[in-house]
Structures are given as C-alpha cells and as structure tokens.
Design a protein around this ligand. Structure first.
Ligand SMILES: *Cc1c(COP(=O)(O)O)cnc(C)c1O
Length: 386
C-alpha cells in the first residue's frame, strides 16, 4: 500500500495509467547486483516484460544487459543505451529483417531455436561479411510447474531444439562457416515459484554442457534464461524476490568450466513489483448474487487475468470502510475482462482510486487498443509531487 502523500499525488493523473515506483526497481536491482553481477554472472533484462525507456535506463545503469525477442526490442535496447555486445536475441520466429538488424549491430549472441534458422542465419551472416555468434536454445524437457501457457521447456512446446535432434544440429556446424557456436541457452517457463525445476535445469544443463564440449566445441556461454516468479499475493512484504536463494542455487548446482560464464535472462523478477495499474471506480452495481465494482481499466491495460487467469492484488487507495466482496471488472465488451472475482476489499464508491499491484511486467507491454481505447501516459515515482 502506498503512503498518503503518494496517494494524493496519484490523484492528479488521468486514469487508467501505470505507476512505476523506481525505488522498488532500484532496490530490486541492488539485490541482483549483490547476488549475481558481483559474482561475475551476466544478467540480461528481458525487454518483453517491460520496454519503457525510463525503466530500461535504470536497469541499464545497474549493469544489466538486454534480452530481446524481436527486432523492435533489439532497436529499443540500442536506443536505450545498451551496448550491442550485451544484447542477446532469442525467439522461434526471427524474420530475415530482424536477423539483419542484429547482424548490422553485431550483437552479442543469437539464441537459435531450429536447424532451419541456423541455415538462414549462416547465409545472412555471409552476406554481411561478419560471423554471427550463436547459442543453441536447447529444450531440457523440464516441467516448470507453472501455468500451461507459460511453460516453455517441455518437448511438446514450440521452443528450442529437442535432445533427439542435437547431434544432427552439432554435425552441421563445420558447414556453417559464418556461425560461431559460443554457448547453450535454456528457458523453461515463467512465474516459476518452486526451486526444484531450476535444480533440474542445472543438472540437464551440466550434462548437455559436457556432452557438447566432449564433441570438441568450446562453449563460453551457459545461459539459463529467466522465469523466476514474484509474489503476487503480498507485493508489499515481498517487493524484492529472494535473489540470494535463486542465484545461490545456480552457483551451487551449475558446473562451469574455466572458460565459461553463466548468463541469466530475467524479466518478471526484475520489473514486476515496481509497477501498479492505477484505476478509478466508475460504477458500483449490486447484482443478484454479486456486487460489481466497474473500474476504468480493463484487459486492454492488463491482460494477464484474462489470458492466464492471473490474480493481482487489489489495493483500494481512497477508502478505509469495512470490507465487502466484489467482482472487480473492466469496461471492455468481453466477460473475461475481470480483474478479480469475489475479492474482499474495503467498500468502494464511484471515484475511488484503486491500485492493481505487481503490474510492472507483462502489463504495459501487452496493452492493446481494442475498443479504440486511449493510452494515458505512465507516471514515475521520481516525478511525483510529494
Ligand atoms: C520471456 C523470456 C525470458 C524472461 O522470462 P521471465 O519469466 O520474465 O523472467 C527470458 N528468456 C526468454 C528466451 C524469454 O522468452
């Protein structure tokens, strides 16, 4: 919950809008620095979680690199000051144009996901006259134990190269004269709250690392991706994820050879807790079996509840009345435009201000103009009149 001076400052802006608490972001980055960067680990921020220039600037200044999944993100990373030699480019469906953009800037690494992609990248790199550095995205077949739409490391998922195809891929490399295989890459899913999937990932990664090195390849990059979850129920008590335990797990379990360094690609765990979607109650409606609080934000601003049945904490900023049970819904013409069902919050009335918490990752980036909705500018804590 925000302090009173912040709440009164938040009243000034046109709702709905995203509010970013940059102190939370800076505290989060301090922990990433302490438990990862200071130990020599490389952390790339996944721009797909949040690509606001203000946010990227703070993240870049903390010493993180960038992880991109489109040409637009590669361009945004460069425009935001990330050096090309700390940009990784992943994705199952990179277009020729996007690959060329990466080659033009001679980015750090292409995370490749299929044999056909390797052939295309090899050909385009040849035309560019520079060698492209490649990490193979391998599918470790690890169950991430998260929502089915955000698990990515199983054989049935569209991502990565399956173990059964690995030999065929490695055997191609002598013919791919414009590619340099520098590493292996994994990403098993998102919002992973348990630690066992990451332990499993470590043992799979160790085995694959040794297997490929034994074949005579020299891998310098072991990239274990992202996926570390945040606490959506208690964003105040857990505003910073337990990075000590997360990075400690990898430190303990990943076996690096002397010439190798460990890379991470974190999105949600870095940017998730610093953002809230601020919205106003437009109407309250007493239904037959339900009370509705109809707010001016909808799935167009925050689609996670509609897309993944995600539950975000709802804080009422301007009411301290007794609790009442509501369905908190948006104005969009879809029944899935519901933030929470049967949630107990202080009784609200028209005009009350609400914060939908933990919306800093996969919030604003997924905003849409459906219903011709207008996008209001975001608000940053550093600019507040407090
Ligand atoms: C989405 C994604 C990430 C970041 O995932 P988080 O769960 O936000 O940490 C990292 N790497 C790749 C390849 C991704 O697709």
């Amino acid at each position: 919950m925000y302090p009173n001076n912040v709440i009164s400052a938040l009243q000034e802006f046109k709702t709905p809008y995203f509010f970013y608490d940059l102190d939370v972001l800076r505290n989060t980055l301090e922990q990433v620095k302490k438990h990862a960067i200071s130990k020599g680990f490389h952390v790339h921020f996944a721009l797909k979680a949040n690509n606001q220039t203000r946010i990227l600037k703070v993240i870049k200044e903390a010493g993180l690199g960038a992880d991109c999944v489109s040409g637009g993100e590669v361009q945004r990373a460069i425009d935001s000051g990330f050096s090309p030699d700390e940009i990784a480019f992943a994705g199952v469906g990179k277009s020729d144009e996007e690959i060329e953009l990466g080659l033009k800037h001679d980015i750090f690494c292409f995370n490749c996901e299929s044999t056909q992609e390797l052939d295309v990248l090899n050909e385009l790199a040849g035309q560019h006259g520079n060698k492209a550095r490649v990490a193979l995205r391998l599918n470790p077949n690890v169950e991430a134990d998260t929502h089915k739409y955000i698990t990515t490391g199983l054989n049935e998922n569209k991502f990565g190269i399956n173990e059964s195809d690995l030999d065929t891929v490695l055997d191609k490399f002598p013919d791919l004269e414009n590619l340099e295989l520098i590493g292996i890459h994994f990403h098993i899913g998102s919002q992973i709250e348990k630690f066992t999937p990451f332990e499993e990932l470590c043992s799979k990664a160790n085995a694959l690392n040794s297997y490929i090195e034994d074949k005579g390849f020299k891998l310098t990059v072991i990239n274990v991706g992202g996926g570390f979850g945040i606490n959506y129920d208690h964003p105040n008590d857990h505003s910073v994820p337990d990075f000590e335990r997360f990075f400690g797990l990898f430190e303990e379990n990943i076996k690096l050879k002397n010439h190798q360094s460990l890379h991470f690609e974190l999105g949600r765990s870095v940017a998730g807790q610093c953002g809230s979607l601020i919205t106003r109650v437009l109407y309250t409606k007493e239904g037959k079996a339900k009370n509705f609080a109809i707010v001016d934000a909808g799935m167009t601003e925050l689609i996670r509840p509609a897309l993944y049945q995600a539950k975000h904490r709802i804080d009422v900023l301007t009411s301290d009345k007794g609790e009442k049970t509501y369905d908190v819904v948006g104005p969009i013409c879809e029944s899935s435009d519901t933030f929470r069902k049967d949630v107990s919050i202080p009784e609200v009335q028209r005009g009350d201000l609400i914060a939908i918490r933990s919306a800093g990752a996969y919030g604003e980036v997924m905003r849409s103009a459906y219903n011709l909705r207008e996008a209001n500018p975001s608000v940053y804590s550093d600019d507040l009149n407090t």
